[in-house]
Design a protein around this ligand. Structure first.
Ligand SMILES: *[C@@H]1O[C@H](CO)[C@@H](O)[C@H](O)[C@H]1NC(C)=O
Length: 162
């Protein structure tokens, strides 16, 4: 670990921090495990509008991403954004009931390190795909409140002390 107490050390420290981290990395907010990165972000389409409370564009890790605000059958509200892939563990088996994205099955996804619920894996439901006109691709929906941008963590934890 490089200490960051003098001006020279701070410059070295910033360099080490930037070069040892992937720019645009997204972390588990609870434990800091790496989850995905900005280059994996996608704007998810095909949401069931009857289950969508509202949507908005959110600046995250240097990119703009679409956030869908959705409610599950238990009444919990989630702000969710999409990624092509993420490092997560599956919890349970794929379900198709109450899906927010018609034509997709969902599986709960947990942090690989601390098991916090971070989102869902949405995979094309092969039993319905014949009725679909568009090209669908599997994706991960991440809960915005449960992740944090590594770049943002750096601004919180690195306090220059001249
Ligand atoms: C999502 O859409 C917005 C415009 O609504 C665009 O600015 C942004 O680049 C898109 N993000 C991704 C990850 O494609």
């Amino acid at each position: 670990m490089v200490s960051c107490s003098s001006a020279n050390e701070i410059i070295k420290c910033v360099f080490v921090t930037v070069s040892s981290r992937h720019v645009g990395e997204i972390l588990c907010r609870q434990c800091g495990a790496s989850v995905t990165r900005q280059s994996e972000f996608i704007n998810v389409t095909g949401v069931d509008s009857s289950q969508l409370a509202y949507e908005y564009d959110f600046p995250l890790a240097g990119k703009t991403t679409k956030v869908h605000v959705l409610t599950n059958p238990e009444g919990h509200k989630f702000h969710m954004f999409g990624a092509k892939t993420a490092h997560l563990n599956f919890h349970g088996t794929p379900q198709s009931h109450a899906t927010w994205y018609p034509g997709y099955k969902w599986t709960i996804c947990l942090c690989k390190v601390c098991n916090r619920h971070l989102g869902w894996y949405f995979e094309v439901d092969k039993s319905t795909v014949l009725h679909m006109t568009s090209e669908k691709k599997n994706f991960v929906g991440l809960v915005l409140d449960n992740v944090i941008s590594a770049d943002y963590v750096d601004t919180l934890t690195r306090v220059p002390n001249f």
